[in-house]
Write a protein that binds this ligand. Structure first.
Ligand code: HCS
Length: 597
């Protein structure tokens, strides 16, 4: 029986703590081979004792045991000079757990080995390590666990969205190389502050992880079950995946310099029963301070089935801190345009002066205008765009709470940004101007990092000006993104292109009407997708007063046609009710009838 089959049959019971159980057996200095505190080396030095801990949990009734590999990756083991053994230690940890399962095989009770992968000791979002280093570290970790025979992965005690994505991708890539397909579970740690260590609210976690095909999502460690209640409920109401909850045996108390967990077995079992019967949690177990007695009591007293639940999720994007739903009520979702070398002279000059503080100030100022996300573009001919993107993001990700739209034509720039940006971003943009290879590469990036994607209706023949062409290009992009790359319609945001009135181009006659019609038709023909306009293009080159009026009127009209999102400077947008009849008539005349001022 596979783990997924077992999960579909009813409540699954994981084991309890490993780390605190190791502490209980009080390994000697010799056992640690001088690497005091390195629990993973014990897989090599006292494998029988580690196996006994597993067996105690299996005898207690656990369906799943977790390998003693929480920190068996290069980053953690480097602190003990053991980094070159990361893969071997991971493999052996899995073999020990497999042996434990083998000694206690029971026909009537399938048992599974979950490969434990902790967060490590350095986080990317805090600038303590970088993506390539962490990715390599997790690849070895995952590779060893697969070689040792794990049935599934549990990426646990997660503290940083980048750390989670990095671990997921390392597992997926290693599985592909080794030709296996194992379930992936992610379990985050919500601190007493109500967020992950780096400050992520649960909704940001959900938005960032929702694009991945996880087997279960949940939380473990930091607190006891009581302090988790609010968050378990939030997960239960929002996430349709099976939920996993593994609390500590209460909040640790410091007694004479020792960490002591004080929750009784009975209290623990009652709380876990509540999670199952009230919140519909499907996988339970224990974290720090829990012992085989906790697991035995859970095995004896838990119901076999939990409550059914109804969850509802609104597609969203997120910074590492918080999420913004793509569907705004009232629409549209506003994207600030000024953190862009093409959208703001001040931003461009600050970049050229390497004035990161100045760039951050512009981002902060945009945030204050009430937009829902920021478009970030640091392209400037002759400069190293990858390096500029890294420099700006190293500050921006922790100083701006809004999600980002990562705007570049360069694939290495997009990838560098996505490896520093833990939330769920939007890539700006994909088009077919240079053919399908480039579009394929961008779709692969979006899929890999879980980003949404702005799709421009441009193909090898240039900008689609007429409505049928806009729809045709949109459909072609859809088939590439959705059918070829497995993205979902909700991940796509179409830009049917705003024209520039001031250009005086005769071919642009009726362009306003065509853009609005394009919005309507694309949404009609491709259900589930969204639309966006780079609004300010329309009034490019005109005087500031005209710009304000034109942008505001065109935005209001586009929203009426179903526009979901707009890239704007909100300081230059006025509600229609505040414009005079004359101004509105003037703007509509210009936009829809004449094509030039
Ligand atoms: N599975 C790990 C989690 C530590 S937070 C352990 O030691 O029990």
């Amino acid at each position: 029986m596979t783990f997924n089959q077992r999960l579909s049959r009813g409540i699954v019971l994981f084991d309890g703590a490993m780390g605190t159980q190791i502490h209980e057996i009080n390994p000697s200095d010799e056992d640690y081979r001088g690497h005091l505190g390195c629990s993973e080396i014990l897989n090599l030095t006292i494998p029988d004792k580690i196996q006994e801990i597993h067996q105690a949990y299996l005898r207690a009734g656990a369906d799943v045991i977790e390998t003693n590999s929480f920190g068996s990756n290069e980053i953690v083991l480097a602190e003990y000079g053991l980094e070159s053994q990361a893969r071997e230690i991971s493999r052996i940890s899995a073999q020990i757990a497999r042996r434990a399962v083998g000694t206690l095989e029971r026909e009537d009770k399938p048992r599974f080995v979950a490969g434990s992968m902790g967060p490590g000791t350095k986080l990317i979002s805090l600038g303590q390590t970088d993506w390539p280093t962490m990715y390599r570290s997790y690849r070895e970790h995952a590779g060893g666990l697969i070689e040792g025979g794990v049935d599934l992965f549990i990426i646990e005690t997660c503290q940083d969205l980048l750390q989670i994505k990095c671990a997921i991708l390392a597992c997926q890539d290693e599985m592909e190389v080794q030709g296996v397909d194992l379930p992936l579970i992610v379990s985050v740690t919500v601190e007493t502050t109500g967020t992950l260590l780096v400050g992520s609210e649960l909704q940001a976690v959900i938005a960032a992880l929702e694009p991945y095909n996880l087997t279960a999502l949940g939380m473990n460690c930091a607190t006891g079950p009581d302090a988790m209640k609010t968050y378990v409920r939030e997960l239960s109401q929002t996430v349709s995946l099976p939920l996993i909850v593994q609390p500590n045996a209460g909040l640790p108390q410091n007694v004479d310099g020792q960490m002591v967990y004080t929750l009784s077995v009975d209290e623990y079992v009652q709380a876990m029963r509540g999670f199952i019967t009230e919140e519909g949690v499907q996988i339970v177990g224990g974290c720090c301070g829990t012992t085989p007695s906790f697991i035995q009591a859970l095995a004896e007293q838990l119901p076999e089935q939990g409550a059914s639940r109804e969850s509802s999720y609104e597609p969203a994007v997120a910074s590492i801190f918080s999420a913004q739903t793509l569907e705004q009520d009232p629409p549209p979702f506003y994207i600030g345009e000024r953190t862009n070398t093409n959208g703001s002279r001040l931003f461009r000059e600050s970049l050229l002066a390497d004035d990161i503080d100045g760039l951050i100030d512009i981002a902060r100022e945009q945030q204050l205008t009430g937009v829902h996300a920021l478009d970030l573009c640091v392209a400037y001919t002759g400069r190293d765009e990858v390096q500029d993107m890294r420099n700006v993001l190293s500050r921006l990700v922790t100083q701006i709470t809004l999600p980002l739209v990562i705007d570049s034509t360069e694939i290495p720039v997009l990838e560098a940004a996505l490896q520093m940006y833990g939330g769920r971003g939007i890539i700006n943009s994909i088009n077919l101007e240079d053919g399908e290879d480039r579009a394929d590469a961008i779709c692969r990036l979006a899929k890999r990092y879980g980003a949404a994607l702005i799709a421009l209706t441009i193909d090898e023949q240039g900008m689609a000006k007429d409505v049928p062409r806009k729809v045709e290009v949109a459909k072609r992009l859809y088939s590439i993104a959705v059918e070829r790359h497995g993205m979902r319609p909700q991940d796509l945001i179409y830009d049917p292109l705003t024209f520039t009135l001031g250009s005086g181009d005769e071919a642009m006659k009726d362009a306003g009407i065509k853009t609005l019609e394009g919005i309507r038709r694309i949404k009609e023909e491709l259900p589930g997708v969204r639309t966006v306009l780079g609004l300010s293009n329309i009034s490019f080159g005109l005087n500031p007063k005209s710009r304000r009026v034109l942008n505001s009127v065109f935005l209001a009209d586009a929203v009426r046609e179903g526009l979901d999102m707009a890239i704007v400077n909100l300081r230059h947008i006025v509600p229609l009710a505040q414009l005079s009849e004359d101004d509105i008539r003037y703007a509509r005349n210009l936009i829809y009838n004449r094509g030039s001022e």
